[in-house]
Ligand binder design. Sequence first.
Ligand code: A3P
Length: 317
Amino acid sequence: MVDAETIANAGFKLSIAKIKHFEVRPDDIFLLTFPKSGTTWMKEILPLVMNGGDIDAITGTPRDVLVPYLELQLSVDDDPVIRVAQKQMLIPDGFALDQLQSPRLLSSHLRSEFLPRVVEEKMVKVIYVVRNPKDVAISSHYFLKAVHLSGFVASKWPSQAKAYQDFSEFFPEFLEMKGRAQMLHYDGTKWHEHVLPWWERRHHRNVLFLKYEDMIRDLKACVRQIAKFLNVRLPDGAVDKISDHCSFQSMKNNQMALKSNYCTNILGVKAEEGSPFVRVGVVGGWKNTFTVAQNEMFDEIYQEWIKGSDLEMTFEL
Ligand code: A3P
């Protein structure tokens, strides 16, 4: 049980008290992920499943408006840095979660203890996406490189504005979720602390637990699974249409999915060349980076992480 009122790390200050007491509607749908696990991908898929595959209807709308981050939106008035970041995510001034039509799609990277109580108490639908932690580590390394080198971070947190020299410098800090790696997750939550509580609840009626690797393997099957879970009857052809639109190649050419504006103005990278939100999108990319020793170390720590759990992850296809 976590009793924090706020979380303030090297990055944002989040109002946990506000988040915990957020008025959840019974038909809210939550997308929950550890960072770098396919959040952007799912933010493209979910609105299309909900609207029956109408791509035109979402074309001009920022994905963080279609599926806003609960914790950022609720903390926006308390933290000027979040306000700036939200602006660059193209979230309009005055945007408020309570003005959204039901059913709302909401997203969060928060660990389960920090979420509004009703989410824990099986009252709303939760889609949880997990990705194998070796690829999460690689994806996080790229993301943090952009974060640490960005002029925005340098101006707000000079002490953080130093990129890791290489993966080997980042790796131990990722495992411990300490140092500059904490900018990945608000409160230093480690991968297994985020994933396991939802894995334990995977059989609950209100939970759909999806693996990134299964989405790579068969996106159409996952789209069908999501539609069924959300009680949406998709029109003929919609599964193909959604899957094509949400393919990696298609999202690589989609400025909204790339979060082009945020990339340019916060991360200081050109989205077409290096958006960390749609980057390489593969399973097993870690094999190109991990040394044998790092892999052995990871496997040992991973066994500790998942001890006592029957969670099985796919590390390569
Ligand atoms: P990589 O950095 O390994 O390429 P998040 O949105 O949670 O930050 O996750 C980002 C990761 O999801 C990135 O992984 C990104 O490439 C991947 N991703 C985004 N869209 C994807 C898609 N359509 N297909 C496969 N992977 C995708």
